[in-house]
Write a protein that binds this ligand. Sequence first.
Ligand code: NAD
Length: 262
Amino acid sequence: MTIQTVAVITGGSSGIGAATARLFAARGHAVAVLDVNRERGEKLAASLAAGGAARFYECDVADAKAVDAVAAQVGKDLGPAGILVTSAGLIPNTESIMDMDMQAHERMWQVNYNGTVHACRSFGRQMIARKRGAIVTLGSINSLLPLPLPAYNPGKAAIARLTQLLAVELGRHGIRVNSVGPTYVMTETLQARVDAGLRDLNKIMAVHALDTLPGPEDIAQAIAFLCSAEARTITGVLLPVDSGWLAGVSYKTYAGGVPWTD
Ligand SMILES: NC(=O)c1ccc[n+]([C@@H]2O[C@H](COP(=O)([O-])OP(=O)(O)OC[C@H]3O[C@@H](n4cnc5c(N)ncnc54)[C@H](O)[C@@H]3O)[C@@H](O)[C@H]2O)c1
């Protein structure tokens, strides 16, 4: 298999990031997995490397200098990034602004928002040098409507705006920047929260148009599309991958009910 562009995935050790790393590796890309979870990341990279080139890099995306250093190392080991997916993130539980822990709030902004900025700067510079590239940031249904997650929710809205800013700033260098906005994705992290009673699966399903949630592989497919030549004129967009959550969340909670009984 010919080695395609280098694909860099932050938060690639698990969930959506891991599924994306697997998909890009299967399509012949050299893959750099950046994550704080060394054990899982090394295991994944080893399994991907069997079919091509894949490496794990331990990196806290909240640390701008660390991301810069890893970007330089990836450049040396695998070559400059052609694709960047920023999947590293912390996922919180319901809380109020009045009672939230401010240290946890700060950390979430540092990882989710600043971490996205850091990765886009460090790897974006490699793309600028080559005058091509595709970046996909991880948004959410939280990017579009309010949910009681006071650091996470506005952080995802900020990432959507950042994506637009970057799309314009980097468009003149031939780099496209888009975002995906998943609904609840059945990752191990979400499953654990459902099991712990922190997410109610019946409530979740009641407001979707479809009766099935996306898995990490579905999000990976949307990301791969946005990075592909088929999407060559798509930039600055937030693509919901949401089983109809955006359409259903107001419709299905209408006070007059829904026009069917079954
Ligand atoms: N699962 C969902 O329902 C869902 C829905 C919408 C959006 N998202 C977004 O998708 C992205 C991935 O989420 P996921 O569901 O795959 O979660 P996940 O917990 O399975 O994966 C997140 C990864 O990020 C890594 N990470 C955390 N902090 C980091 C840091 N400081 N530096 C580097 N890596 C770090 C974790 O170790 C983990 O491997 C997140 O941005 C999340 O907000 C998830």
